[in-house]
Ligand binder design. Structure first.
Ligand SMILES: [Zn+2]
Length: 137
């Protein structure tokens, strides 16, 4: 199973890429569409900022495109395992898959994108706590 410390754990569950302690998103349920992409400013456990620079998550669009292709191919292959769909049925199946999975793919794209730049550090929480202590001295 995916556990803390595995990069896929952060990618699939939208956890902080640095400490894997908490979700990057304000709302846990990605199907509450008004808040699907609403993110916390930073991780309260390790202090990692999520919007590293202005427009940081624009790059997640490239990842989203790749995910869309991957899920489309998967839907096509799965449909063809069970029956032989016509072109229009294939189009419908892929469109439906894209619509249903859109919130999940949007979040996963952001998670994959930020994980390309921020890497897991098992001591991140401890380091952050120590730096906070030093700030108050
Ligand atoms: Zn964190």
């Amino acid at each position: 199973m995916l556990k803390k410390g595995n990069i896929l754990y952060s990618m699939f569950f939208g956890k902080c890429p640095k400490c894997h302690e908490e979700s990057m998103y304000v709302e846990k349920n990605s199907y509450k569409l008004a808040t699907t992409l609403k993110m916390n400013k930073k991780c309260s456990s390790c202090g990692q900022r999520y919007h590293i620079e202005p427009g940081f998550f624009d790059g997640a669009m490239y990842v989203s495109y790749a995910l869309g292709i991957a899920f489309s191919v998967a839907a096509f292959v799965l449909a063809n395992l069970f029956f032989t769909p016509t072109v229009w049925q294939t189009f419908g199946i892929i469109t439906l898959t894209m619509i249903v999975l859109m919130p999940l793919m949007a979040r996963m794209a952001r998670s994959i994108w930020i994980n390309m730049f921020v890497h897991y550090d098992k001591n991140a929480v401890q380091k952050y706590k120590e730096s906070q202590k030093n700030n108050f001295r």
